[in-house]
Design a protein around this ligand. Structure first.
Ligand code: NAD
Length: 298
């Protein structure tokens, strides 16, 4: 039986990683943080504690990666490889590519390091409160060992299968979420041209069968308010949809609506340019309709 994990290396303290690493410190773990942005790790340590060595993975019993894509994960793990402790577990929490993660897991197994994937859903708000939904893949024994860490960050932890299964599930979740967002925005555009008040439409959808996560948590908050600041990037959504289609291709599954959804989101990203929040995709739908979702006066 391996010892309880107490030392964690956390790599990627961005919008999600920062509050997740903070939750681990609050739960009593010793956390070393690392980020590519100069000064970010030191800033984190100053506010929340922990340490900020050059290689956070060095000597850690568990290494958490929360990076934009599998590309950065591969780069970081290659750079950390020499300092990885035998018997350590890498918990890949980014929304990455299942096939890339499987390749990394095979490579790490060769040096006595186990990898599991544990991507998350719930956004920055639920990362802050430790109420993320976490979907996992990998060997049962390793998942059992890291379970207390995951419970410091999330409330719903679902084992989905072998390594990569959590990430496949995550990409498919975002496919459903992305399609729901765009079709809800199109409904608001049609409705406002007809003369319906979009805010009233959202209320009716939420009391009816059209309700989805976007009607509940995005349309009023980030689209009708014109704030477009949910904290989840448009580029990351396109990446997730590309992964969903990759899984579709690998399993030879025809999915025309999924393909159309990915193309629309990719077109939105191309039109709007870099650095956009994913909820700004509503502006793309507005551009196609040559109009704006407008609230009714009076
Ligand atoms: P982010 O861009 O805010 O954070 C990523 C962090 O990784 C940044 O701080 C960046 O500097 C750092 N980084 C990049 N390359 C690095 C490297 N080589 N070495 C060290 N650090 C490096 O992204 P995020 O929104 O926190 O998302 C992270 C992952 O979580 C993504 O896979 C995303 O799809 C997923 N996710 C995001 C949300 C959300 O609401 N933001 C929700 C669920 C899942």
């Amino acid at each position: 039986m391996e010892a309880r994990i107490s030392r964690i290396g956390f790599i990627g303290i961005g919008r999600m990683g920062w509050p997740m690493a903070r939750r681990l410190i609050e739960a009593g773990y010793s956390v070393a943080v690392q980020d590519a942005v100069p000064g970010r790790a030191a800033d984190f340590v100053q506010r929340h504690g922990g340490s900020a060595p050059e290689h956070a993975a060095e000597g850690a019993e568990a290494i958490i990666t929360m990076l934009p894509t599998s590309r950065e994960v591969a780069v970081v793990l290659a750079a950390s490889r020499a300092g990885l402790r035998q018997g350590a577990v890498v918990i890949e929490m980014s929304s990455g590519e299942p096939s890339a993660t499987r390749t990394l897991a095979e490579d790490l197994a060769g040096i006595g390091v186990t990898m599991v994937d544990a991507p998350v859903s719930g956004g920055v708000a639920r990362a802050e409160t430790g109420e993320l939904a976490i979907m996992t893949g990998g060997p049962e024994a390793a998942l059992e060992r890291v379970d207390p860490l995951l419970r410091a960050m999330g409330t719903t932890i679902t084992r989905c299968g072998e390594i990569g299964a959590g990430q496949a599930m995550k990409a498919l979740n975002n496919l459903v979420s992305a399609a729901g967002f765009l079709v809800s925005v199109e409904a608001l555009l049609i409705g406002s041209r007809f003369g319906l008040d979009p805010a009233v439409m959202v209320d009716v959808l939420n009391a009816s069968t059209g309700m989805n996560n976007s009607t509940q948590r995005k349309l009023k908050q980030f689209v009708l308010s014109r704030k477009f600041d949910s904290g989840f990037g448009l580029d990351l959504m396109v990446k997730d949809l590309t992964i969903a289609m990759q899984v579709g291709r690998e399993t030879a599954t025809p999915a025309p609506l999924a393909a159309q959804t990915r193309e629309l989101w990719a077109a939105a990203a191309a039109l709007l340019g870099p650095g956009q929040d994913h909820t700004a995709a509503a502006r793309f739908s507005e551009a196609l309709a040559a109009g704006q979702i407008s609230e009714q006066k009076g």
